[in-house]
Design a protein around this ligand. Structure first.
Ligand code: APR
Ligand code: PHB
Length: 400
């Protein structure tokens, strides 16, 4: 039986990606009501293949939301990763360099599924295929959201609107242009990703800086691999056969990688552009932006999902404080608190991207700079520690 949809709630959440679903779950745990409005079907949301490296703070949040069980069973704990350049691999021992911290390899799709299942099991209201969602009066204490479902227009009254509707959503677009500032950098290449049911080439992830461009060997499980190649933005996905992909990956790997690489048919193949993007501020009266609605990172540092999770943590704490302690402090501080963390992850993701990719217009000197920087970083404990500390994720209260 489907859950009845009320016409009034405390928090209207726009978007049922990881941000919206995790926020819904954290609010539910605190006894706060929310309705989620999602433009797509649940199956469509689950069909999007995204990154899969969780920082400890993200793991903790899944536990706090009561949805960490399958993640702990099936997720793979990684204490390090490899960087390959000049034909040689160097291991970043994250665990040792950060005093015992690790990351967890667990696909965003799986995390989203766990959150969806928990929401459904708790009978919490979600409207899938909500069309023409529009947000109103968020500058007042009585915001509203209107949407169409099955040919009927509905109004949802609420205290707050959480814009968890991703980069192309309606929430950020509804803010007057004079009230918002956007910072953006678009990179001159994309990532061609391939998912296959083949064992990963190595136990840990390998980030590759090769003269032919960046490559990444990632994984979803012991039997499922995810690989990426840096490609020109002009490349079209139809032009990349599986065989061409594997051949190019081989050319970017080292001898050991070429030997151990197991190839197979692709389950999914797509090209994604790379972008750094931040919106300031993230709060507009009773409207809050969280996750990809407010910022995008290039995927090199695996920070997108983790940043979304920490925005949501700050937002749920602020909303809980509002209802339970009748205090506006958390809400007033939301934007600055998030942005402080976001900019650090943006900085790391940009820096790691420019360290590992070939930039078409930069000429041979930039490869020499990269080589010198990699040689320094990977042979200096301070340098390696800085990479490790950022990769495992800064603590939630860093610098506070
Ligand atoms: N009305 C309702 N829903 C909408 C609208 C709209 N107008 N516009 C977008 N949405 C929905 C999308 O269909 C999507 O399901 O909002 C959801 C946003 O989900 P994501 O794009 O996954 O964003 P977020 O939940 O913030 O997750 C961030 O996703 O892109 C990755 O790297 C990123 O891992 C990070 C994570
Ligand atoms: C992925 O597994 O999809 C992945 C892993 C690490 C990254 C980016 C993507 O940095």
């Amino acid at each position: 039986m489907s859950t009845p949809i009320p016409n009034r709630t405390q928090v209207a959440i726009i978007g049922a990606g990881p941000s919206g679903l995790l926020l819904g779950q954290l609010l539910h745990k605190a006894g706060i009501e929310a309705v989620i409005l999602e433009r797509q079907t649940g199956d469509y949301v689950l069909s999007r293949i995204r990154a899969g490296v969780l920082e400890q703070v993200c793991i903790d949040l899944m536990d706090e939301a009561g949805v960490g069980q399958r993640m702990h069973q099936e997720g793979l704990v990684h204490g390090g990763f490899e960087m390959l350049y000049g034909g040689t691999r160097h291991r970043i021992d994250m665990n040792k360099l950060t005093g015992g911290k690790n990351v967890m390899v667990y696909g965003q799709t799986e995390l989203t599924r766990d959150l969806m299942d928990a929401r459904q099991a708790a009978g919490l209201p979600t409207v899938y295929e909500a069309k023409d969602v529009a947000i109103h009066d968020f500058g007042s204490a009585k915001p509203r959201v209107t949407y169409w479902k099955d040919g009927v227009e509905h109004t949802l009254e609420c205290d707050f609107i959480a814009g968890c509707d991703g980069f192309h959503g309606v929430c950020r677009a509804s803010v007057p242009r004079t009230a918002i500032r956007e910072f953006e950098k678009v990179y001159p290449f994309g990532w061609l990703g391939l998912l296959s049911d083949t064992p990963p080439v190595s136990e840990e992830l390998i980030y590759v800086n090769s003269p032919r461009g960046f490559a990444l060997c990632s994984q979803r499980s012991k039997t499922r691999s995810r690989y990426y190649l840096q490609v020109p933005l002009t490349d079209r996905i139809e032009e990349w056969t599986d065989e061409a992909f594997w051949q190019e990956l081989r050319l970017r790997l080292d001898d050991e990688g070429r030997e151990k690489l197991v190839t197979g048919p692709s389950l999914e193949k797509s090209i994604a552009p790379l972008r750094s993007f931040v919106t300031e501020p993230l709060r507009f009266g009773r409207l809050f932006l969280a996750g990809d609605a407010g910022h995008i990172v290039p995927p090199t540092g695996a920070k997108g999902l983790n940043l979304a999770a920490t925005d949501v943590k700050y937002l749920s704490s602020a909303i809980v404080e509002f209802y339970q302690e009748r205090s506006d402090a958390g809400i007033d501080g939301y934007s600055a608190r998030c942005l402080r963390r976001i900019w650090k992850a943006e900085r790391f993701s940009w820096w790691f991207t420019q360290l590992m990719h070939r930039f078409p217009d930069d000429g041979p000197i930039s490869a020499k700079f990269q080589e010198a920087e990699l040689d320094y970083l990977l042979n200096s404990e301070a340098g390696s520690r800085s990479i490790a500390e950022n990769y495992v994720g800064l603590p939630l209260d860093f610098g506070e």
